[in-house]
Each structure stands twice: as C-alpha cells, then as structure tokens.
Write a protein that binds this ligand. Structure first.
Ligand SMILES: NC(=O)c1ccc[n+]([C@@H]2O[C@H](COP(=O)([O-])OP(=O)(O)OC[C@H]3O[C@@H](n4cnc5c(N)ncnc54)[C@H](O)[C@@H]3O)[C@@H](O)[C@H]2O)c1
Ligand SMILES: O=C(O)C(=O)C[C@@H](O)[C@H](O)[C@H](O)COP(=O)(O)O
Ligand SMILES: [Zn+2]
Length: 375
C-alpha cells in the first residue's frame, strides 16, 4: 500500500503520504522537506530541533519508533506528552506545549510533530501556528479520523467550555504522514468514530465511495474491511478533503460542506462535556439529524435518508440523541456554530448521495420536530 496525495493550495501546498511503515520514514521524509520543493517553494533548511507532541497512550505504542526515525535523520528530538482526551483540548494544555518549546529553545526553523489523533493534531497545529508566530509542523495521524480528516486542511485550535473549536487558526502542515498499520492498536469505538467522517465524504462529495461502503456486509471493525477497502477509504477520503480544501482553504464558501453533520454534532459534543459522545459519534448523530431536516425541507427523499442511516448503523455508530439531552439546549448551542451568519444558523443539507447544499432556511420548529423523533 503506497499513495501520495497533493494538497494544492495558493501558498503552502504539501503532500499526504500513505504507506505501510511510513512511521519509520518520518525522519527522512521530514528531512526531505528541507531539500526538495514543498508547494513550489523551497522551505530552506529545517533546523535540527523537533518537538514531538503526543499523549501517553500513543507515545507508548509509537513514540520510540518516531524518535528513532527522527534521530537517525539527524534531528535533536524533544517531547511533550499531553494528557489524553478531548476534555484536555484547551488553552491550558497548549501552555504546556509553549513551556516545553521555551525550555528547549525551539527556533523559527524548528519543527513540531503531532503524533496522535485529532486532539493532538489540532493542538499541536495551533501551538506551531503561534509559537514565534509560526514554525514548521508535521502531522502523523494515528486514528482513522485524524488520517482521513483532522490532519489535513489546516484547521487547528482548541475548545472553549461554551463551544467546540471556538479558538484556533488556519495553519497548514508541511507534510501528513499516514501509516495505516498503526490502526491495528486503535480501540474499536475510535475506529467507528473515524468511519463517521468517511461516510460524510460519501454523502457530500464521493458517491462512489458511498456505494463501495454500501456493498460490503460489515463496516464496524477494521478487520472486516480488508486491504483494498481500507486503501480506498483512506485514499478517497484524503483526496476528497484535499479537493475541497484546495478550492477553498479558509472556508469562504465551499469548505463549509466539510461541516456536514457538525452543526447538531458539535452541540451534542459540547453539551455532553466532550466525553460522553466522542466527535465521530456526534457527527454520525448530526448527519442523521441533517438528513431528516433535508427530508422535511423536501431537499432529498426518505430512501436516501434510509440509505445513509443504514450505513451509519452498519459502521456501529449511534444514530439517536443521548437520553436527557434537551432540545432547547441544543437550539441554544447552535448559536455558537461558526457557520452562523447575521445571527442565522446555516445547515449543510444533502440533496443527493454525493451532493449537499448550504441553507439558513431551517426553522427552529422544524429542528424541534426532527430532534424530538431522535430519542
Ligand atoms: N482539524 C480538523 O479538520 C478536524 C477534523 C475532524 C476532527 N477534528 C478534531 O479531532 C478530534 C477528534 O480526533 P480523534 O477522533 O482522532 O480523537 P482523539 O485524538 O481523542 O483520539 C482518540 C483516542 O484514540 C487513542 N489513540 C490514537 N491513536 C491510537 C492508536 N493508533 N492506537 C491506540 N490508541 C490510539 C487516543 O489516545 C485517544 O484516546 C476532535 O477534537 C475534533 O474536533 C479536527
Ligand atoms: O476541515 C473542515 O473544514 C471541517 O469542517 C472538518 C470537520 O470534520 C472538523 O471536525 C472541523 O474541525 C470542524 O470545523 P469547525 O470549523 O466547525 O470547528
Ligand atoms: Zn469532524
């Protein structure tokens, strides 16, 4: 398995390299950024210092290999191990990265490497964007969700207690290095969460990927996928994200489609304290809600709604709202969504498998009606 996908941007283009054991090539590939062209620009020589940011779980599995690879390519490696969990995706945790950067005198030419899932990637990216006003940044995603989505496209940042990802910056990595073999240690719940974002691409952009997933019997464990479907899922999802981000890097318009399922999803995630429902699960629930809103508005039909629901359920994801979560609280929380424009909540709603539209014409009563049937 080996593929390279270009993320072509006006400035700061980069590549996503997917392949077995690429983790052991982290040092050489990062070093290669100094020598070769990156996005049509010569980066100049990368400094020797690398700050590897991870969490205890991922570091125990893969930290030694990442460090060995970086050191054998001549880098001097420092580490910053952050606590594990979405509840630590905060400014207070970012401070620990800054402290380690200061302690080890990271310079403008230094590099931060994120080794972990989307939580580590989003925080490391934000620290890299802001330390000395921006240093080099490499993504080594270790969850399915981070491989297909979070590591690509440059959305970095942290949560505010009142809302998801409210603090952040667009800051692109120089490289995304994906080693699918690390998925073998990923807990099954996290694998399923990643499948939610994969299904998202099928609905918003890639009808062929949707059909490919419909055609298999099981999608709820890595072991059922097989080499060829996993390869398709990784490559097609990364390509979809690269296509969309390449057309609209900073979400002036089109990129908002990547937020499909996230409007209700983010509300569910933040109202349950970022721990009860994990991001991918919340996106799955949010896609079910968005689909029902689309049916209510006559944008797509019941059959499409059932096909999407079947795929989400086949991936072992929840399709109902958590008991006890109040609809009025969800409605309030929607006001925090970053897509709100002139006070109006905008939804990404499906119109066909592979196509969506963005609309602010969803009334609070329609939302109430749809959500009331999701317990
Ligand atoms: N920037 C973006 O474009 C973007 C896109 C999607 C999601 N996100 C963000 O990503 C976050 C969710 O990321 P996530 O789903 O990767 O969760 P996560 O980063 O919390 O990782 C999930 C869990 O898996 C563990 N883990 C990671 N890799 C492992 C491995 N290979 N083996 C064993 N355990 C492993 C982690 O320690 C953690 O406990 C959310 O904060 C979400 O907002 C960002
Ligand atoms: O990359 C994007 O753009 C996305 O919307 C991808 C989402 O999967 C991701 O969860 C993102 O962080 C949500 O963005 P936000 O701007 O709503 O915080
Ligand atoms: Zn997401």
């Amino acid at each position: 398995m080996g593929s390279v996908i270009d993320v072509a941007l006006p400035e700061n283009s980069y590549q996503i390299a997917i392949g077995h054991n690429t983790l052991d090539e982290l040092g050489a590939t990062t070093q290669g950024l100094s020598e070769g062209l990156s996005g049509g620009q010569k980066l100049g020589k990368l400094g020797k210092k690398v700050l590897l940011v991870s969490n205890p779980v991922v570091f125990d599995h893969y930290g030694a290999r990442a460090i060995a690879s970086l050191e054998s390519a001549g880098f001097e490696v420092f580490r910053c191990i952050l606590p594990d969990g979405e509840e630590y995706k905060t400014l207070a945790t970012i401070q620990k990265i800054y402290d380690t950067a200061l302690e080890n005198r990271l310079e403008r030419s230094s590099t931060m490497v994120a080794l972990g899932g989307g939580v580590i990637g989003d925080m490391t990216g934000f620290a890299a964007a802001t330390w000395l006003r921006g240093i080099n940044f490499v993504q080594v995603p270790t969850t399915l969700l981070a491989m297909v989505d979070a590591s690509i496209g440059g959305k970095t940042g942290v949560n505010h207690p009142q809302g998801k990802n409210l603090i952040g910056a667009f800051y692109q990595p120089r490289l995304v290095l994906i080693d699918p073999l690390v998925l073998q240690t990923l807990p099954v719940r996290e694998f399923r969460a990643g499948m939610a974002e994969v299904i998202k691409y099928g609905v918003i952009w890639d009808a062929e990927l949707f059909a490919r997933m419909e055609a298999v019997e099981r999608l709820d464990e890595l072991g059922y996928l097989g080499e060829s479907l996993l390869q398709d899922i990784l490559v097609r999802s990364c390509q979809s994200k690269a296509d969309v981000v390449g057309k609209d890097e900073k979400e002036a318009g089109l990129r908002a489609i990547l937020n499909y399922g996230h409007t209700i999803g983010h509300a569910v995630e933040s109202l349950t304290g970022y721990t009860v429902v994990i991001h991918g699960e919340a996106v799955g629930i949010g896609m079910v809600a968005a689909s029902r809103l689309a049916v209510a508005l006559g944008l797509w039909d019941e059959l499409c709604d059932r096909r999407q629901l079947a795929l989400i359920a086949k991936a072992g994801l929840p399709t109902k709202l958590p008991q006890g979560l109040e609809i009025e609280a969800i409605l309030d929380s929607l006001q925090m969504d970053k897509k709100v424009k002139a006070g109006k909540v905008r939804f990404v709603l499906p119109t066909a498998i592979g196509a969506v539209t963005i609309t602010d014409r969803v009334s609070a009563d329609t939302i109430r009606e749809v959500l009331s049937k999701m317990y």
